[in-house]
Design a protein around this ligand. Structure first.
Ligand SMILES: Cc1ncc(C[n+]2csc(CCOP(=O)(O)OP(=O)(O)O)c2C)c(N)n1
Ligand SMILES: CC(=O)[C@@H](O)[C@H](O)COP(=O)(O)O
Ligand SMILES: [Mg+2]
Length: 625
């Protein structure tokens, strides 16, 4: 097949090639980059709208800085495609987010131009400041730049870092890529502040006018210091200042992020300033592709789509998140104590409909997981029933709030832990493989593990109406598998009974599908295996295990989509004297790829579980897979 040509882009092999080009030619390059990104992401899936919005800014950054020497950190990193294309990775874009392929975020292992791992929001300024301190202490010379979106700027960690960086005196550039969008519409007071800076010509005019007037006050000679002190005083008193200036940054902008010449000029200016500088750049999310300009939220992260129409190639099946959102609406209809909380993921967590139906009981707090959980504690303490739906990986941010604000008091907060287990294409930063470990370690927290929608319905209702303390429900990204049942109330149940079984496979959640298939494979090999499913982790599991101890006699293989430490397998191995082997995601971080590929990678797919049992049926020792 003839390869598509991308004009000027085909002549660019490194950022150095950008430096001799005129702004007009760079404009043509930006159009070619957009064309390439849309073509490429339509075939692989990935983060589209944010990458289309940042094209000129990313080109300008590569042109004005040297990403192989300077440290340019893209917050979250979901918008780093232009950077990757320009730094020698364009020919691997057909492998984006696939097993063995290019990572969708920054990854130092891939290139020296990626200074750190990214994936979780709001950490870029902290990491950048750390690098700036290291540069100073080691007497080195490089620029440090944090590129942070207005959405990522709603995260508490970003304020902590700005506050620290602003008074650090470290030369450091924070580029605020402000498109007035998080994944959904951005929220909160800071977002309002940015809107004012963005659209308020009075602010800019006043600033320029006052500066001009002050510059006309004569100085020089012996009175210089006194005059400049006086000027600074007046400035502070009368000049409207941005939050960033109050924190100690020099604020530049706002500048139109699609005007390449202006962006380059501002970056060149900021580079010369030997202090903390914040450059405010305004961009349009999804720019240059009609469907993503019109629906930037929908095109934030996409699966493969038809480039011409923008329509997804595969019909979307109802997933656990959507089902949860629907069920929560049904419960909230009859119970006005129920409130829903999201940390900037209303659509991802299935809460869009709840937000429309019950706007007064829906709370999008921005990328602020800690605050979300602290706020849930307050609501619960005052008699509401807060349901906080947060991805497993992002809930890691709020560990202390779960412990301190909720669990010690035993408050009734329902944590809906979405994207539990292996998520696939987003990779190591996004897998939800730690939640059982970190939740199980907190006294009084119970974890429900639905395996299908019907169980999610029952468990959600139980979490709200039967439980009185902190309770989590963990469910995966995507849809149900072949297993579809509504189970009874027991915390531990037998799914696949085989009298005289040689081995019991114990599992939970979506992994039941792998376990049942593994038992089928084994049956064909003449090996009898029964399958037990854990519905409830916490005190429920202890009681249940005591009750069914006899039936779980003999060899158990515990198959889970979590790390071994803190897993159900680890718990069972500690509570029984018979052989207990553990199959799980391992004591390591996983690569990105398809979920099934990663199950295989870990040996927790049906074939892997069956193969393990066939190979080890004569073994004697407890083992960890
Ligand atoms: C701690 C954390 N919470 C939630 C997310 C999910 N997330 C990824 S990108 C994003 C929105 C980021 O908005 P912004 O920084 O403005 O970038 P834009 O996509 O608008 O360019 C969110 C909420 C995350 N990556 N990390
Ligand atoms: C970059 C980021 O953190 C999100 O965009 C994430 O990739 C969303 O994941 P889902 O596609 O599972 O909602
Ligand atoms: Mg944004």
């Amino acid at each position: 097949m003839k390869q598509k040509r991308y004009g000027i882009l085909d002549n660019i092999s490194s950022p150095a090639d950008l430096r001799g080009l005129s702004y007009d030619t760079l404009g043509v390059l930006c159009a070619a980059l957009r064309e390439f990104i849309v073509d490429s992401v339509s075939q692989t899936g990935g983060h589209l709208a944010s990458n289309l919005g940042i094209v000129e800014l990313a080109v300008a950054l590569e042109r004005e800085f040297d990403s192989s020497r300077d440290r340019i950190i893209y917050d979250v990193g979901h918008q780093c495609y232009v950077h990757k294309i320009l730094t020698g990775r364009r020919d691997r874009f057909d492998t984006l987010r696939q097993y063995g392929g290019l990572c969708g975020f920054m990854k130092p292992e891939e290139s020296i131009t990626d200074p750190c791992i990214t994936g979780h929001a709001s950490d870029s300024v902290s990491v950048a400041l750390g690098m700036a301190h290291a540069r100073t202490l080691k007497n080195q010379k490089y620029h440090v730049v944090a590129v942070i979106g207005d959405g990522a700027l709603t995260g508490g960690m970003a304020y902590e870092a700005l506050s620290s960086a602003g008074t650090s005196r470290e030369p450091l550039l924070v580029v605020l890529n402000d498109n007035n969008m998080s994944i959904a519409k951005n929220v909160g007071g800071l977002s309002r502040h940015l809107s004012r800076l963005r659209v308020s010509p009075q602010y800019l005019r006043a600033k320029t006018r006052i500066k001009e007037r002050l510059s006309r006050i004569p100085g020089g000679g012996t009175i210089t210091r006194a005059v400049s002190r006086f000027k600074a005083k007046i400035k502070r008193a009368v000049l409207p200042t941005s939050l960033f200036e109050q924190m100690g940054f020099t604020y530049l902008g706002p500048v139109d992020g699609h005007d390449l010449k202006s962006v380059c000029e501002f970056l060149a200016l900021a580079k010369k300033m030997k202090k903390p500088v914040l450059l405010h750049v305004m961009t349009q999310k999804g720019r240059g592709y009609a469907p993503s300009e019109q629906y930037p939220e929908k095109y934030h992260g996409v699966s493969k789509f038809d480039r011409v129409t923008g329509a997804p190639l595969a019909a979307k099946k109802e997933d656990f998140s959507a089902f949860f959102g629907k069920e929560l609406c049904a419960l909230a209809e009859k119970d006005n104590r129920i409130c829903a909380i999201t940390a900037a993921m209303p659509s991802g967590t299935g809460l869009t409909r709840f937000a429309e139906k019950f706007p007064e009981r829906f709370f999008d707090v921005g990328i602020a997981e800690e605050h979300a959980i602290g706020m849930a504690a307050g609501m619960a303490a005052q008699g509401l029933v807060p349901v906080a739906a947060i991805y497993s990986t992002f809930l890691q941010r709020a560990y202390d709030q779960i412990v301190h604000d909720i669990a010690i008091e035993g408050l009734h907060v329902v944590l809906c832990v979405d994207r539990a287990g292996i998520v696939g294409a987003d990779g190591a930063t996004h897998n939800g493989v730690l939640d059982i470990a970190f939740l199980r370690s907190i006294p009084g927290v119970k974890i429900f593990c639905p395996s299908d929608f019907a169980e999610l319905r029952v468990m959600l209702s139980r979490a709200i109406y039967r439980e009185t303390g902190p309770v989590a429900i963990r469910y995966p990204r995507g849809s149900e598998g072949a297993y579809r049942k509504e189970l009874s109330a027991q915390p531990l149940v037998c799914l696949h009974e085989q009298s005289g079984s040689e081995v019991t496979i114990v599992t939970h959640g979506i992994m039941v599908n792998q376990a049942i298939d593994a038992a089928e494979i084994l049956m064909h090999e003449g090996i009898r295996a029964q399958v037990y499913k854990v519905n409830e982790i916490g005190s429920g599991l202890e009681q249940a295990y005591a009750e069914v101890k006899e039936k779980l006699g003999g060899w158990c293989v515990v198959a889970e989509d979590v790390v071994p430490n803190g897993s159900v397998g680890e718990w069972l191995a500690a509570h029984r004297s018979e052989r207990t082997d553990l199959l799980n995601t391992g004591d390591r971080f996983l690569p990105h790829g398809g979920v099934n590929e990663l199950y295989r990678h870990c040996g927790i797919d049906a074939e892997g579980i069956a193969a393990y049992i066939m190979k080890n049926r004569n073994g004697k020792e407890n083992g960890v897979g």
